[in-house]
Design a protein around this ligand. Structure first.
Ligand SMILES: NC(=O)C1=CN([C@@H]2O[C@H](COP(=O)(O)OP(=O)(O)OC[C@H]3O[C@@H](n4cnc5c(N)ncnc54)[C@H](OP(=O)(O)O)[C@@H]3O)[C@@H](O)[C@H]2O)[C@@H](O)CC1
Ligand SMILES: Nc1ncnc2c1ncn2[C@@H]1O[C@H](COP(=O)(O)OP(=O)(O)O)[C@@H](O)[C@H]1O
Ligand SMILES: [Mg+2]
Length: 280
């Protein structure tokens, strides 16, 4: 399997054009959070904003609005119980990430269906965490014509693919992904996470067990959303997002026994500046 090299960061992260504005860097909708899991919505949206997404809206439960507004004033909020506002947001955003901290309530199930039924070819849908559990449990087909990115950990991939963790080898992962949707991109999260897209398989060799902290995947989802919003959907864009997350994780782990998702988020803009410079 191909190893993703650090070069991917220089390749994907380009300097910004002076004549540009927030609308050029992606409108991202993050449908996340619930009574139990407010932090997931915060980490995911904060990661998207720190990764450079131009405009981020969080669709969540109103009880979390204040926490989000205080922690990330750059993010806008909408109530995901408000069907009309939600549909408008689904239609108006180029990138939609759904799942972190969403839980598996009937409301959450309706949200997943709303996204899959109302997105189109020029959009990207990132399905993570609870959204993946819902799709597996409810056997919801991945029928949208939008670009699809699935970001399961091994337990979520087991639910989706019916592959036990020991059976999650390249050929099986490839076959099962194509059965779910032949054009979907899979980020299989583990030590040395893997990416599958069409007939290509690649993996990172950065990342460390200090990163085994709740919220680390929610953070990755936000980085992927921010990158796709700015740099467009492609295998390389997702490879760069995955690499950056673990590259920062490794740097922090040199001096920190555990690596907090929030510490990674804080470092993203500095690292992006480093890799975007023209004289790399
Ligand atoms: N602060 C917040 O708001 C946070 C909110 N969060 C939100 O919580 C929701 C539930 O998500 P979740 O991932 O925590 O639980 P779930 O979907 O039940 O999966 C776990 C099952 O899979 C298995 N498993 C096997 N391999 C595995 C692997 N490599 N990595 C992980 N698990 C692995 C595992 O096996 P076990 O540990 O039992 O051996 C267990 O059976 C979701 O919405 C998420 O966004 C979290 O992000 C935390 C911070
Ligand atoms: N031992 C490890 N080595 C490298 N990366 C790890 C390790 N443990 C966890 N990670 C990374 O942390 C993230 C965990 O994702 P996930 O389980 O979805 O977290 P959460 O749902 O709590 O946000 C993934 O990106 C995974 O690759
Ligand atoms: Mg997760």
């Amino acid at each position: 399997m191909e190893k993703i090299s650090k070069n991917i960061l220089n390749q994907v992260i380009t300097p910004r054009e002076p004549e540009s504005y927030k609308g050029n860097y992606g409108k991202v909708l993050i449908i996340a959070g619930s009574t139990q899991f407010g932090g997931a919505a915060i980490m995911c949206s904060s990661a998207a904003i720190h990764s450079g997404a131009g405009l981020v809206t969080v669709a969540t439960t109103p009880e979390k609005f204040t926490a989000i507004n205080v922690k990330i004033p750059e993010a806008m909020t909408i109530d995901y119980h408000d069907k009309k506002a939600l549909l408008t947001a689904i239609i108006n955003n180029q990138v939609i990430a759904i799942g972190p901290g969403l839980g598996t309530s009937n409301i959450a199930k309706g949200l997943v269906k709303a996204v899959l039924n109302n997105t189109k070819t020029d959009q990207t849908v990132i399905l993570d965490a609870s959204a993946l559990t819902i799709i597996a449990e409810e056997k919801i087909p991945l029928q949208t014509t939008a670009n699809i990115i699935l970001t399961p950990h091994q337990g979520e991939w087991q639910r989706l693919s019916n592959l036990a963790i020991t059976e999650q080898i390249e050929l099986n992962n490839q076959t099962n992904l194509h059965e779910l949707n032949p054009d979907a991109l899979l980020v299989l999260k583990k030590h040395q996470s893997e990416i599958y897209y069409h007939d290509q398989a690649s993996k990172i060799t950065v990342g460390n067990p200090g990163m085994a902290t709740g919220g680390m995947g929610d953070t990755l989802t936000g980085i992927i959303a921010g990158f796709v919003g700015q740099f467009g959907f492609s295998l390389e864009t997702v490879q760069a997002a995955l690499f950056l997350h673990s590259e920062i994780g490794d740097k922090l782990n040199e001096k920190n026994y555990v690596v907090l998702p929030s510490s990674i988020i804080e470092k993203i803009p500095k690292y992006m500046a480093k890799f975007s410079s023209r004289d790399k």
